[in-house]
Design a protein around this ligand. Structure first.
Ligand code: VGL
Ligand code: ZN
Length: 216
């Protein structure tokens, strides 16, 4: 494959690189901390523009299993659809909800917080989980003239995948940089995992899954 050359209408989206999603955090993703140096190299090299997303929940958030007296990693149905329940995580203002202190923020031009509405979760950085409430990021990207979106961060099968699907639907040429991401991998009812399901949905949405080695 010829290397993908990065220019001024390309932007790197750094998804939920927060200690709450790393070993020792409240909702740890296996190897989640390993994305930090990989993303820092992307930010020091090819990408001149980046944005970051930050999961940012109030206490008692509707995505918390504890708010429903249920076990984490089970699923319930909410007015906007199915919702996986999680351990309490990404609590607004807590140290583990900050962007990881080792992340190089020099080229991060805006930070999109999501999941702050008490009664709705937001995996995607474009739309909350009702697929209708916007975060405003699409307007920001369009106004700045960005055409191609490259996503990295946590978790591959939730916030990265949902963001990538929405980006493709909104008309951006969308890439997921797989070795700059780590996933959660919950079992699905059909005996697969959320990683398999996400990969299939990304392919169907026309998202290109690449690795850092593909970048020129
Ligand atoms: C995420 C589950 C709950 C993510 C956020 O960043 O992928 N996953 N909140
Ligand atoms: Zn969350």
């Amino acid at each position: 494959m010829t290397p993908i050359m990065i220019g001024d209408t390309d932007i790197l989206g750094v998804v939920d690189v927060q200690p709450t999603f790393m070993p020792g955090g409240e909702l740890p993703v296996a190897g989640g901390d390993a994305v930090v140096p990989v993303i820092n190299r992307l930010l020091a090299g090819p990408f001149r523009h980046a944005f970051a997303t930050q999961d940012w929940h109030p206490p008692g958030h509707i995505s918390f299993a504890s708010a429903h007296g249920r076990a984490p990693f089970t699923e319930i149905t909410l007015p906007y659809g199915p919702q996986t329940l999680w351990p309490d995580h990404a609590l607004q203002g807590s140290p583990n909800a900050a962007l990881h202190p080792g992340l190089d923020q020099a080229r991060i031009e805006t930070i999109v917080r999501k999941g702050f509405h008490p009664a709705i979760d937001s995996y995607s950085t474009f739309f909350e989980n009702d697929h209708a409430t916007t975060t405003g990021l699409d307007g920001w990207l369009r106004n700045r003239g960005f055409r191609r979106l490259f996503l990295a961060g946590l978790a591959t099968d939730f916030c990265v995948a949902w963001s990538a699907e929405d980006a493709a639907r909104l008309g951006y040429e969308t890439y997921v940089i797989e070795d700059a991401c780590r996933g959660i991998g919950l079992p699905t009812p059909d005996g697969r995992t959320t990683m398999d399901a996400a990969r299939e949905r990304l392919r169907a949405a026309g998202v290109r899954v690449i690795s850092t080695a593909d970048l020129g």
